[in-house]
Structures are given as structure tokens and as C-alpha cells.
Write a protein that binds this ligand. Sequence first.
Ligand SMILES: N[C@@H](CCC(=O)N[C@@H](CS)C(=O)NCC(=O)O)C(=O)O
Length: 215
Amino acid sequence: MKLYNYWRSSASWRVRIALNLKGIAYEYVAVNLVADGGQQKSDAYRALNPMAQVPTLVVEENGVARTLTQSVAIVEYLEERYPSPALLPRDPYLRARTRALVEVVNAGIQPLQNLEPQRYVREELKGDAAAFTKHFIGRGMLALEALAAETAGAYLVGDEVTLADLCLVPQMFAARRFGVDPATLPTLARVEAACNALAAFQSARPEHQPDAVPA
Ligand SMILES: N[C@@H](CCC(=O)N[C@@H](CS)C(=O)NCC(=O)O)C(=O)O
């Protein structure tokens, strides 16, 4: 498998954790989102991912290379192809609760912290992009905290790692980067620490990737 990704991309990070948890080897293909005006915008990369975003996973099935985009769809594909360890609870209600937490991050928060909305607020609207981003991350994280407090055990939903935890850890990193106070998110901070104690989460961290830029 080839994972086109970027060290600090939260959506890429989710997929790296899933690959690590499931013990799947992959080739790391770095797509620099900031160099050269953004390598994700090149024609060659857009041919793989028309949204011009990372991650993209290229898998070989029966000798044919197949391309997958959207981190949650990619993780669901990995889940179906490599079911162990399971990243979704068996119980339908808890499965839906897991997906609800995933969507709070994937649909409700992350799109608003992306490079393009920030550029638009800063350059076109002449606004304060950092304040805009912090506002939407903070608002979404409080909703995530309230929902998670109802289902959390050791992890966000019960005592096993789920897809929701794969979304949480990169999102907490982004929240801190934009100045959201983790003290307002006690359940999320506790679960984040539990996840970060696991080797699969550690090796997926941005600073451990080959294209990481030291602070
Ligand atoms: N929903 C998409 C989001 C992908 C996404 O937003 N990727 C960001 C990095 S985390 C990106 O490539 N941004 C490039 C840009 O905005 O130009 C997914 O989960 O894969």
C-alpha cells in the first residue's frame, strides 16, 4: 500500500494510526502541503485526489492498483479488509455513537481548520483566521466532550480503541495548536493520554514521520 500524506495532517494521522494498529506495512509518500504553493494542488496529485487533499491510499487488489480518498472511508475499508483489531464496536448503538463522534470531528470541526478556509478568511475577507479557527475548534470540541462523557471508558466509546479515538488524538493536537485550553475537555484529555500510551499511536505522531519539520 502507498499512503500519500503529510506529517502534520490530522486526516493523514488517523489513517497512519489505523495502519499501525492493524499491523499493515505501507510506503510513506510525502505530499508537502505548504512547499511550492502546495504539492497537493499539482495536476499529478489531483488525478489521484480531485479534492487536492491528503490522505490518499493506493492499494493493490488482484494485481490492480486502486485509489481511495477520504480518511474515514479509508479506515472503514481497512476495517473491512483487515478486521482485527476491530475499530468499530459490534453493538449497533455503540457503533452509531462511535460514528457520531467521528463525524463531529470529520465533518463538524476539521473542515473549518483546514488551510483553504484559513486562507480565505485571511486573504479574501481580511479577517482574523486564527480567531476564526480557534472559535470553531473550541465549539466543536465542547460538543465532542459532552458526547464522549456519556460513552467513554478507557477510550471514547468503552474500553477498546475505536475509530473515534483515531480522530480524537490528531484533533486534540490541532486544538492545542490553535490555543484551545485542554483543561476544558477533561474526558478528551484523559482518553488522549491513554491513546498516546499505545505504540501504534506513538509511531503515527507527526514528529515521527520522515517529512516532519522540527519546531
Ligand atoms: N475529509 C477529508 C479531509 C482531508 C483534509 O482536509 N486534508 C487536509 C490536511 S488534514 C489537506 O489536505 N489540506 C490541504 C489544503 O487545504 O490545501 C479526509 O478525511 O480525508
